[in-house]
Design a protein around this ligand. Sequence first.
Ligand SMILES: N[C@@H](CCC(=O)N[C@@H](CS)C(=O)NCC(=O)O)C(=O)O
Length: 121
Amino acid sequence: MQFVRWFLGRLILLFDFIFTPRSKKRAAEQQQKLDAMTANLKLYQFKACPFCVKVRRAAKREGLKLETRDAKNDEQYRQELLEQGGKVKVPCLRIEEQGEVTWLYESNDIVAYLEKLEKAA
Ligand SMILES: N[C@@H](CCC(=O)N[C@@H](CS)C(=O)NCC(=O)O)C(=O)O
C-alpha cells in the first residue's frame, strides 16, 4: 500500500513536470506589486500530494510566487501547522496580513483566494 502511494505520487509529479502550466505574463510593475502581496503567503504542503500539486499549478498559472514549506519532512513546519493551523492537513495557506495570521485549508478555497488576489493586483 505504501509502495502504491509512493508510486502514484511519483506519477503525479511526473505529469506535473511534463504538463507544467505557463505563467501569465504581465508588466514588471504589476508583477512587483503581486510579488509584494504574495510575500506574506506560505504554502504548507507535501510535495507529491495531488491537492498540493493543484494549488502549486494554480499559483504557477497565475504567475504568483509562493513560498512552499514541506510539512512532511520538516519537523518544524509540521509542528507549526499542527499548533498554529490546528491540524496536519495539506495544502494549507498561511496568510499574514497586518500582523494577523490566518490559516486557510482546502485546496479549492486556496485556489479561489489566489485567483482573487491576482485579480485585485
Ligand atoms: N479536501 C482537501 C483534501 C486534502 C487532503 O486530503 N490532504 C492529505 C494529503 S494528500 C492530507 O493532508 N492528509 C492528512 C490527513 O488528512 O490527516 C483539499 O482539497 O485540500
